[in-house]
Write a protein that binds this ligand. Sequence first.
Ligand SMILES: Cc1cc2nc3c(=O)[nH]c(=O)nc-3n(C[C@H](O)[C@H](O)[C@H](O)COP(=O)(O)OP(=O)(O)OC[C@H]3O[C@@H](n4cnc5c(N)ncnc54)[C@H](O)[C@@H]3O)c2cc1C
Length: 334
Amino acid sequence: MTFMQHAYMNEVLSYSPGAASLFGVVAPNSGNQKILVKYGSPEQQEKWLAPLIEGTMQSGFSMTEPANAGSDPRSIKTTATLDGDEWVINGHKWFTSNGHAADFYIVMCRTADENDPSGENSKMTQIIVPKDTPGVNVVRGVPVWGKPSSHCEIVYDNVRVPKENQLGQTGSGHQAAQDRLGAGRVYHCMNSIGSMWRAFDLMVSRLKTREVHGGEKLADKQFMQGFVADSYIDIQSARLMTIHCAEKMESGDDPRTDISAIKVYVPNAYHRVVDRAIQVYGAAGVSGDLPLAGMYEGARTLRIADGPDEVHKVLIAKLVMRQYEKGDSWDFGN
Ligand SMILES: Cc1cc2nc3c(=O)[nH]c(=O)nc-3n(C[C@H](O)[C@H](O)[C@H](O)COP(=O)(O)OP(=O)(O)OC[C@H]3O[C@@H](n4cnc5c(N)ncnc54)[C@H](O)[C@@H]3O)c2cc1C
């Protein structure tokens, strides 16, 4: 399957909540599969990737720490030190999604001291840690939006794993995280677009049938027509931006500005569309009888997960300014 096909598939599957997990293309397993494909040795692929694809194993990605800014992965304090043929891991993570069900975690560890002369981006290594390894303490699923969750807080206390559990070269963890997130952000955005589409369909069908004061349909009210138009614009612009970004990635162009742009724009557009759909449905909109309340929470969360809006805006500005500093202007595709 090509990258573009995968992206479109995400859009189709996310129209129905739950479909992506049914087909085994849901985070964090999907991102971990990508890392194992690119950085895994043949032995690692046989042991961890094949069962992930077959659906006989589950996984988590353990990077964020409560005591350090997750938006700056270089701040990670969890360490892995070599003792003979083993990595010894110590650290405190949280928001490791799928943490309860996972059979193994890919743990982002500091393998070079902060003062080490190796480059700023060469001090981290990703290491596979089976969940049943002594010293892996799953403290709790951190409640999210007032509900129990499988986004776990985990303490790694002198956890020993064989050296061959490291993914790629020592120090390649930062780059691996970037590789994981680049494609993942396109997939997440296509997921959001599929969900927006569903919310839009739900909203319009309700407008056509719901009668209000005097027996008029909601669809005849100008406020509501504004919701339809604004949502159409949000979905169409989010979709075209994301497809444009995905095409750039597939053709090998530098997609960094576009990735950050969709990472900011799409979850915000998703948030607006679902908000309007909820308003149209009234009380039913916030009930558990429709998927809208769950979508609303998901859209809001996406503005933080995988890098908060502000970090991506900073990057967009930096990349655009750099172009102008070179004496060029920005090429919007003329
Ligand atoms: C539901 C959910 C699932 C998650 N799943 C995983 C997972 O599976 N694995 C994992 O490792 N992590 C996961 N995360 C963690 C997520 O990646 C981090 O929450 C995210 O990177 C932000 O880090 P932080 O929470 O430490 O916020 P911080 O880094 O403390 O940032 C807090 C706020 O500060 C502001 N800010 C930060 N930097 C800047 C800046 N440079 N300029 C201006 N403002 C700034 C932003 O508004 C930001 O929201 C998940 C999070 C959520 C909510």
